[in-house]
Design a binder for this molecule. Structure first.
Ligand code: TYM
Length: 329
C-alpha cells in the first residue's frame, strides 16, 4: 500500500500529533511504501515570518527522524520541494464546488468567529487533496480532525475521474481509534490553537510541571471514577503498558486516590517513553548536513511520482498535447 501523510511546521509537535499521526507513519513504514512530508505551503496560511518558518521546518524534520521515521524505509520530504503538487492543485480547483469548501471546518470556524479568512485558508483542502492524489496514495494516516479534508479529497477525485476518466487513486483515511482525538491539558482536543499542548521535545522539567497542572475534576477522592471519561487517564493510556493500564483502571474504579499520583505516573511513563527520542534528536542536531541530504533525496523520489501523476491528469484534461506521452500510464 502507498501510505502518505503531511504535518504542518507551525510550532513544536505535541502528543496529539504523535499518537494521532506520527506514530502511525512509523508503525506503517516497514510493511508499506510510506511518503511523509512537512507541509510548509499549508503553514504559510498562519506563519508569515520567513525565519520562523525555516526554523519550524528544520525542527519538524529533526523531530520526525528522532521519533523513528526511517529514511531508508520511508520517503521524507518538504511539500514545497514538489512544485507538481501546486500545479495539480490548480487542476482540482477548476472543478471544486464552492459549497464543498464553505463547509470545511478550518474556514468555517474562523469566519464564524467574525475573523477574515484569506483565499489560502479557503482553498487549503484542495491543496491537501493535491498532496494526497499526487502520489497515488491508498492510505492517509491522520487524526480525526483531518477526516473531513480526506472526504473532500475523495469527492474531488471522484468527480474528476467521472468527468475525465480514471486518473486518480481513491485514498482512505486511517485513524487509530484510541488516539484519533488526543485530549489536551484542559480535556479539549490537544491543539496549538487551544494552548493546551504537551510537547514531545523540550525541557523535561517543564513537561513534568505542565503534566502536574493538567485540569481534573473536584469530586471527593474516595469516589469511584470512570477512567474512560477522564482525560488524564486517556493520556496515561497512550504511554503505559497493558499491565500498567489495568492497574490504574482498577484504582479509578475503586476510588480513594488522588489525581496527583496519576499525574506522577503519567510524567514518569512519558519521560521513559520520550527519552530515547530526545537522545536521538540531540545526536541529529549535530549533523545538519545529514538532515539536508535526507530531505533532498526524499524530494527527488517524491517528485518523480508526482510528475507522472500530474502528467496523467494534464493529458486527461486535454493539456500537454504537444509533448511526448512518455509518462502516460
Ligand atoms: P496538522 O499539522 O494540524 O496535524 C498533523 C497531524 O496530527 C494530527 N493531530 C491529532 N491527532 C490526534 N489528536 C490530536 N489532538 C491531534 N492534533 C493533531 C492531525 O490530525 C494530523 O494528522 N492539513 C494537515 C496537514 C496536511 C496533510 C496533507 C495531512 C497537509 N496535507 C495531506 C494528510 C495528507 C494538518 O494541518 O495537520
Amino acid at each position: 500500500m502507498r501510505v502518505l501523510s503531511g504535518i504542518q511546521p507551525t510550532g513544536r509537535f505535541h502528543w496529539g500529533n504523535y499518537f494521532g499521526a506520527i506514530k502511525q507513519y512509523i508503525d506503517l513504514q516497514d510493511a508499506h511504501d510510506g511518503y511523509y512530508f512537512i507541509a510548509d505551503l499549508h503553514a504559510l496560511t498562519t506563519i508569515r515570518e520567513p525565519d520562523v518558518l525555516r526554523g519550524y521546518v528544520r525542527d519538524a524534520a529533526l523531530d520526525l527522524l528522532a521519533l523513528g521515521l526511517n529514511p531508508e524505509r520511508a520517503t521524507l520530504f518538504v511539500q514545497s520541494d514538489i512544485p507538481e503538487v501546486s500545479q495539480l492543485c490548480w487542476l482540482l480547483m477548476t472543478g471544486a464546488p464552492l459549497g464543498l469548501l464553505e463547509r470545511c471546518h478550518a474556514y468555517k470556524d474562523k469566519t464564524a468567529k467574525g475573523m477574515k479568512a484569506d483565499v489560502g485558508l479557503f482553498t487549503y483542502p484542495i491543496l491537501m487533496a493535491a498532496d494526497i492524489l499526487a502520489y497515488d496514495s491508498n492510505w492517509v494516516p491522520v487524526g480525526e480532525d483531518q477526516v473531513q479534508h480526506i472526504e473532500v479529497c475523495r469527492d474531488l477525485a471522484r468527480s474528476f475521474n467521472a468527468h475525465y476518466g480514471e486518473v486518480f487513486t481513491m485514498p482512505e483515511a486511517k485513524i487509530v481509534p484510541g488516539a484519533a482525538k488526543v485530549p489536551g491539558t484542559d480535556g479539549e482536543k490537544m491543539s496549538k490553537s487551544y494552548d493546551n499542548t504537551l510537547a514531545l521535545f523540550g525541557d523535561p522539567k517543564e513537561l513534568r510541571k505542565k503534566i502536574m497542572r493538567i485540569s481534573t475534576d473536584s469530586r471527593p477522592m474516595e469516589d469511584p471514577k470512570d477512567p474512560e471519561s477522564d482525560h488524564l487517564f486517556l493520556l496515561y493510556r497512550l504511554f503505559a503498558s497493558s499491565e500498567q493500564i489495568e492497574e490504574v483502571k482498577a484504582i479509578y474504579l475503586r476510588g480513594g486516590f488522588g489525581y496527583g499520583d496519576i499525574k506522577k505516573r503519567l510524567a514518569d511513563a512519558a519521560d521513559a517513553y520520550l527519552e530515547p527520542a530526545r537522545q536521538r534528536r540531540a545526536a541529529l542536531e549535530g549533523n545538519p548536513q545529514l538532515v539536508d541530504d535526507i530531505l533532498k533525496k526524499g524530494a527527488t523520489k517524491a517528485r518523480q511520482v508526482a510528475a507522472a501523476v500530474l502528467e496523467r491528469a494534464e493529458r486527461a484534461c486535454g493539456l500537454k498535447n504537444s509533448l511526448p506521452q512518455s509518462l502516460k500510464k
